[in-house]
Design a protein around this ligand. Structure first.
Ligand SMILES: *[C@@H]1O[C@H](CO)[C@@H](O)[C@H](O)[C@H]1NC(C)=O
Ligand SMILES: [Zn+2]
Ligand SMILES: [Zn+2]
Length: 438
């Protein structure tokens, strides 16, 4: 009798244990489907719009996002989300969930541009000459929106969501600095969203593999020996060397790159000499390169062609691949598994037609530094309305469609939840198979 009672109690205990260990998985699924509704709920939506407008009125340039960062931290404080600060000067990293692995990251960029806003509206930039003209005010807001919803469901998360608010996307490589300062420590995967006026509202556009080009610049000083234009034998002419270099650089794309790959090498600057009868001491040239594959090799070949062509003409050349502190950005490459997962989550969330195949774009993003370090996925989120009147990013007429904010927040939150959920399923599956082997 006692034994039977014991066995029953034990079985009951097992049953309770099993139920409690399984329930987070099932709630995980429900949570996901509620995120768009929650984000559209006036309580969340109006709060997001207020934040976005405040950010829009107070744009800050790369590595100067002090007030932006402060606003983010005060919102995280209000939500009760713990964070690390400063990372890469103004960056903030929030943590939601168990505090244990797996860690999955969501990323937003914080910086604005040196542009005078030309849109006349109530929440126009208050800072002369600076403007959120790439939608990063929206990106910060969408990530805070996701933070709010995830924090409400923190007890159901099967791991930790890492919220990365990074500085200086526009040219200065804030993401690179974030990576160097350990932002991705223990993180297994990262997701990024960019608002786009080229994509219909409520749709996402993405692709597997390279989606945005790697971008770099170069500047070279070609040194010879100046002198009289009519006595060339006593000079070493850097103008001839520079001319030969400019022409040789054209062959990198036409002769060395795969014709089916897209590459650009442009020499856009040539400076040297200021008299008709004087051969100058030196000539400075500079330009841009773009590539989806073989970016680093292309950079190296540019350097090689410049220095070796200079030698042919008895000149010396020094090549700078980060002129004016502009960081080269590697291509942004989407991980295939994350791409598949993204497609299925967004179709569940927004409908079967909601994911479009994105065309490759020659533009670039420093999200690539994250996606180079760990598996990453970057998507464009549509905000186009029927009027299709939204100006291009980096235009003084640029606007964002605030109705897209809940979509971004919901996609962020859903991706994080689903990633952790699938990770847990895989974990328990491999635990089972391990057990079976025993
Ligand atoms: C190139 O550099 C070498 C080694 O520093 C130097 O001896 C030479 O004079 C330089 N040539 C020119 C044209 O500046
Ligand atoms: Zn931009
Ligand atoms: Zn941008």
């Amino acid at each position: 009798m006692a034994l039977l009672f014991f066995t029953l109690t034990f079985q009951l205990l097992l049953l309770i244990l099993r139920v409690s260990s399984e329930s987070p998985l099932t709630t995980g699924g429900d949570v996901k489907n509620n995120f768009l509704e929650s984000a559209k709920n006036p309580e969340v939506f109006d709060w997001m719009v207020r934040i976005r407008r405040k950010l829009h009125e107070n744009p800050e340039l790369g590595f100067e996002e002090f007030e932006t960062s402060k606003l983010i931290r005060s919102e995280l404080d209000l939500l009760g989300v713990k964070y690390r600060y400063p990372v890469a000067i103004t960056g903030v990293i929030g943590y939601i969930g168990t505090g244990e692995p797996p860690f999955v990251a969501l990323r937003a960029d914080m910086d604005a541009l040196l542009i005078q806003e030309a849109v006349e509206w109530e929440h126009k930039s208050k800072i002369p000459g600076k403007m959120h003209a790439c939608g990063h005010d929206g990106h910060v807001t969408m990530l805070l929106g996701a933070a709010k919803m995830l924090q409400e469901h923190r007890h159901e998360l099967q791991g930790t969501v890492v919220l990365i608010f990074q500085p200086a996307e526009e040219g200065l490589g804030g993401a690179k600095k974030m990576v160097e300062e350990g932002a991705l420590k223990n993180v297994e995967a990262i997701f990024g969203i960019h608002l786009s006026n080229r994509i219909p509202f409520g749709k996402a556009a993405t692709r597997a593999g390279p989606i945005l080009a790697g971008a770099g610049s170069f500047e070279a000083v070609i040194t010879g020996k100046g002198g009289h234009a009519a006595i060339p034998q006593h000079t070493i002419d850097p103008v001839i060397a520079a001319s030969s270099i400019v022409l040789s650089l054209q062959q990198l794309v036409s002769r060395e790159a795969d014709p089916l790959d897209s590459n650009v090498v442009t020499v856009s600057m040539v400076q040297g000499g200021n008299a008709l009868n004087v051969i100058p001491d030196s000539v400075t040239i500079g330009g841009t390169l773009r590539a989806f594959t073989g970016f680093t090799q292309l950079q190296q070949r540019i350097k090689e062609v410049i220095t070796k062509q200079a030698t042919v003409h008895r000149c010396n050349a020094s090549v700078n691949l980060t002129p004016q502190g502009i960081e080269p950005y590697p291509p942004t490459v989407n991980n295939v598994d994350l791409y598949k997962q993204f497609k299925s989550v967004v179709r569940d969330l927004l409908g079967q037609e909601a994911v479009e195949e994105a065309a490759q774009v020659m533009g670039s993003e420093d999200f690539s530094f994250f996606a180079e370090a760990i598996p990453g996925h970057f998507t464009l989120l549509g905000m186009q309305d029927e009027t299709k009147s939204y100006a291009m990013p980096h235009s003084p007429h640029f606007r964002i469609n605030e109705d897209a904010l809940p979509y971004g927040a919901a996609i962020h939150a859903s991706m994080a939840v689903q990633y952790l959920k699938e990770k847990a399923l895989k974990g328990s599956a491999s635990a089972t198979s391990f057990h079976d082997e025993l």
